[in-house]
Design a protein around this ligand. Sequence first.
Ligand SMILES: *Cc1c(COP(=O)(O)O)cnc(C)c1O
Length: 442
Amino acid sequence: MSNSRKTADRDYGFGTRAIHAGAIPDPVTGARATPIHQTTSFVFDSAEHAASLFNLQTFGNVYSRISNPTVAVLEERVASLEGARAALACASGMAAQMTAILAILKAGDHIVAASTLYGGTVGQLGIGFSRLGIETTFVDPSNPENFERAMRPNTRAVYGETLGNPLVNVLDIGAVAAVAHAHGVPLIIDNTVASPYLCNPCALGADIVVHSATKYLGGHGTTMGGLVVEGGKFPWDNGKFPEMVEPSRAYHGVKFFETFGDFGYTMKARMEVNRTFGAVLSPMSAWQLLQGTETLHLRMREHCRNALKVAQFLQQHPKVSWVNYPGLPDSPYFELAKKQFRAVDGMPGASGILTFGIEGGAAAGERFIDACEFLSHLANIGDAKTLVIHPASTTHRQLNDEELRKAGVSADMVRLSVGIEDVDDILWDIDQALDRATRGAA
Ligand SMILES: *Cc1c(COP(=O)(O)O)cnc(C)c1O
């Protein structure tokens, strides 16, 4: 724990870091909880101090669009939980992805991405960034060779998700990292659904990790936020990223890689993207997300346990035609899940998201959602509460039929984000809603 006043030579466990990393008792007041530094700006000690801060010669706070002490605790904590070098907080998961990409790509560059990404990300890459002249080729991620075939001389990033949403397909991160690295470009992994508790993509070969902290990191469905995390091992001076090496036109001629080394990418993202485009996290939101991180390890274990029980229950239910959960031994992704994810009770911890097909198709799917008593119908995942949605008519309705097919979203698909309520109550609600939804159809 870098900020600890005691310098114990010890590798702290995940739970200890989830509670302490990045934080110390407040040196001014003694407050044990991290204070909310709700201020836009910070007083300089002297004219000389101000100049050295602006020159990035001294680390310190100037203005909360660049850095803020409460936000910095969240950044250090998530970097620690990812076993990574540094992190940058952003206003949302979408802002974090935007920042991660804008830090190193420009018009004329190209991305190779999994076709099964979160619907909002498909839109951000396929429409948003293509408007800015950054083109994306989407490939079926089940075979890493598909990434290889789509690589071009102007490719500057490969993009995937640890666990897809809503397909909950598992990416072979090591194999896809090898493709990216053979072409001298970084692998960016969205680790939102697994969370740092179940998987650390940088340990498997990823270079940059992005999170929607809105989901499991926060964990209570209260606060938007995102993070960009840097592994610290990518060789930015390989000739493909001159802007990481040459003096920055956007910031005082700084050479980011030479000056900051293994956190040069984070500094470039902070100074050239967050500072310039402004999608920063508020101190209040950072504080709320910090409350969530303190119980991440406890919640993720319970999400995994409950989701596995729900998946097993659905598998034997007569009104359910199929169940997709990578923690089930007959899932095509079980072996990869076992290899890449932390075990929970001896099974691969496969997070809380699963999908299933309901007998009676789209109509029954919509009736099921209306019949739930305490399962909440809403467009979010990773909440302590169990959430349910029909993707084809909601989260993925912007996609055309071809994109829906590629994203693997069928009309009968119901997505559950299994919460941490008593599992018997979750099973009861699902059972009674299935009964009511399919009774009419029979
Ligand atoms: C929700 C989500 C995002 C977007 O995050 P926001 O915080 O909603 O902006 C990105 N990726 C995945 C996998 C998500 O589930």
